[in-house]
Design a protein around this ligand. Structure first.
Ligand code: EPU
Length: 433
């Protein structure tokens, strides 16, 4: 396991290229199984989650190869309906294989995705969608078994207690495109990653109307072709670099970003006094001329502020004097980063699903433990701004979702070293088990 050693208090300056979106790419890999022909995916980020997905597709029988660092070729001429437990358990997103396998083979068997450190992550909405389209679903010995003998289009309401399910919407869509008749998905997720999936499905020959809205209408077709598709830029990676700029009082230009995907988040940054200039595919953040204002933010489904930026926003708020309140509505208990930020001197208390943060002028470097992907990013941001050295353990979480994070940060002037865990000095070692 690798660790990061960060020497803080270095303002970041320069330009960073945004990579392709992990959460768009993963369902697109699954969607390639809907056709027996070749699909080429471009702008795929080089991440461990993508490699897991590629391994799963290969185990299912697809021919899959990497043309270059960010381009994959997938040819699923003949595939199996049974996904391997050892690989599926490593990644929750493998649940989005259910829709394509049932659509193509009328059958799927996938081990139930496990619990998750960011909170309760049920699959009831996925099951509801499959059943509403006529599939029989059974949970047996920890495996979700689906038979799609009599599939037919239907109208399905996909909203849940915490909003609409993103991969649940992806599954419903991928099944509906090859299900006879008309399907209407109401209250479905409208995240840009879902719109990207719709666009790829249309390239493959699917009929979908209402892209970008909470109501998708799908007319089932009998067969889909392969296609060539470019993955959208990662809005969460982009937001993380903007927060790295804000927390170090630096000046960063993001290239290759889709600015329209970040509306509520950019609005939040501007509302606390951050100066930005925005073009369609470029955003520049400037060092603040005055003290930033405390943050009041609520993480919500799109187009709200993304839950996947909530931890990193908490890191910034820890360094803004005054009282900030950051509420999480998507995963109400996604606050694993809080005790670790506290080690660095942040004053945070959790009240229900809100972090109440009394900002300070300085954080101090400390040994901290990453618990999940976005928590790791938050701790690294805090480390970039903190006085002294921060040691972030369990960096493998970060490698799931940020392409060459330390290289991109170091190019901006940060001092981040990736080291084997054995190089962690005994004096800074922590054990959270
Ligand atoms: N939910 C249900 N029932 C379901 C499915 C979800 O109640 O059947 C609830 C969840 O408990 C949660 C909310 O709905 O409260 C949102 O869950 P959702 O299903 O939308 O999340 P997901 O599809 O499993 C994707 C991203 C997450 C991101 C969320 C929310 C992928 C591969 N993952 O997860 O990304 O946080 O949407 O935007 O797309 C990350 O990248 O760090 C990450 C966790």
């Amino acid at each position: 396991m690798d660790i990061f050693q960060i020497s803080g208090e270095k303002p970041l300056h320069g330009t960073v290229q945004v990579s392709g979106s992990k959460n768009a790419a993963l369902p697109l890999f699954a969607a390639s199984l809907l056709s027996d022909q070749e699909t080429i995916l471009e702008n795929v980020p080089d991440l461990s989650d993508i490699n897991f997905m590629a391994e799963i597709l290969s185990e299912l029988g697809a021919e899959i190869s990497r043309i270059d660092n960010n381009t994959w070729k997938i040819k699923p001429t003949s595939i199996s309906f049974r996904a391997p437990y050892e690989l599926v358990r490593k990644m929750r997103a493998s649940v989005c294989l259910l829709g394509p396998l049932v659509a193509r083979l009328r059958r799927a068997e996938i081990p139930m995705p496990g619990g998750c450190v960011i909170g309760h992550r049920p699959i009831d909405l996925h099951v509801k969608a499959l059943q509403s389209l006529g599939a029989e679903v059974e949970l047996s010995n920890g495996v979700v078994k689906v038979l799609g003998r009599k599939l037919r289009g239907n109208t399905i309401f996909l909203g849940g207690r915490h909003g609409s399910a993103v991969t649940g919407t992806a599954n419903a869509l991928m099944l509906a495109v090859l299900t006879p008749g008309k399907t209407i998905l109401e209250g479905c997720a409208c995240e840009p990653e879902i719109s990207d999936l719709c666009k790829m499905l249309i390239r493959m020959g699917a009929q979908i109307v209402g892209i970008g809205s909470h109501r998708l209408t799908i007319e089932g077709v009998s067969k889909l072709d392969g296609c060539k598709h470019k993955v959208i830029p990662d809005r969460i990676e982009a937001g993380t670099y903007l927060l790295a700029g804000a927390i170090t009082k630096g000046e960063i230009t993001l290239e290759g970003v889709e600015t329209s995907h970040l509306g509520s988040f950019l609005n939040l940054l501007e509302s606390i006094g951050i100066h930005l200039t925005k073009k369609e595919n470029q955003i520049k953040i400037y060092p603040p001329s005055d003290r930033l204002k405390p943050i009041e933010a609520v993480a919500l489904p799109y187009p709200g502020i993304p839950t996947d930026l909530q931890a990193q926003i908490c890191a910034l708020a820890s360094l803004i004097p005054g009282l900030s309140v950051i509420t999480e509505r998507v995963y109400p208990s996604r606050f694993m980063h809080v005790p670790e930020l506290q080690r660095m001197g942040a004053h945070i208390s959790i009240e229900s699903s809100s972090a109440i943060i009394r900002g300070t002028n300085q954080l101090n470097g400390a040994p901290v433990m990453a618990s999940d992907l976005r928590a790791s990013a938050a701790l690294i941001l805090a480390g970039l701004a903190a006085k002294g050295e921060t040691w972030v353990q369990r960096i493998y979480h970060l490698d799931r979702g940020y392409e060459t994070f330390e290289n991109k940060l170091n190019k901006l002037g940060a001092e981040v070293k990736r080291l084997p865990e054995s190089e962690l000095p005994n004096s800074v070692s922590i054990n959270n088990n």
